[in-house]
Structures are given as structure tokens and as C-alpha cells.
Design a protein around this ligand. Structure first.
Ligand SMILES: [Zn+2]
Length: 85
């Protein structure tokens, strides 16, 4: 399954990982999405709790467009330069 985010990045859905939530210790699935940095093409990935890109939490994660090296130069909409660590 692939999803092209309105931000312009096409994500490919990969495998699910088991994730133990810190707050209550509950085990849940995290889905891995893979894409490439919009600048250099380096592999990037995000993890989401559902495979539905229409949910706000997933959609927000899929806003990512850049590898760590380039993220600070190209802030996502609503972010300020230098905000990311
Ligand atoms: Zn990059």
C-alpha cells in the first residue's frame, strides 16, 4: 500500500512493529512507512499507530519530507526554523 500525502511525499507502508506504550505498558502495533528525503533521496521513515492516513495523528506524521540532515532547512508548514532538534 502506498499513500501520497497532500504534502507531496509518497509513502510506502511497511511492516508493523510491536510497541509497548510507556504510559500504561499496553502492547500495540506501530506501522512503518518509508519514503525518501525530498532533497537528497536518503531513506526516511515514520511510525504510526494506524494504517489510515486520513486520521489526524497519522496524517501529521506523514508530513515529514526530509532526512535529519535536511529537516532543519525545510520546516514543515507551521514550524519555525530551528525548532527541530
Ligand atoms: Zn536529505
Amino acid at each position: 500500500m502506498t499513500h501520497t500525502h497532500p504534502g507531496g511525499v509518497t509513502w510506502t507502508l511497511g511492516e508493523a512493529e510491536d510497541y509497548k506504550r510507556q504510559r500504561d505498558g499496553e502492547t500495540m502495533k506501530l506501522w512503518v512507512w518509508r519514503s525518501a528525503c525530498a532533497v537528497c533521496g536518503a531513506p526516511i521513515q515514520v511510525k504510526t499507530v494506524t494504517t489510515d492516513p486520513e486520521t489526524p495523528a497519522t496524517g501529521r506524521n506523514l508530513l515529514k519530507k526530509h532526512c535529519p540532515e535536511h529537516a532543519w532547512k525545510f520546516p514543515a508548514k507551521g514550524e519555525k526554523l530551528g525548532q527541530r532538534k
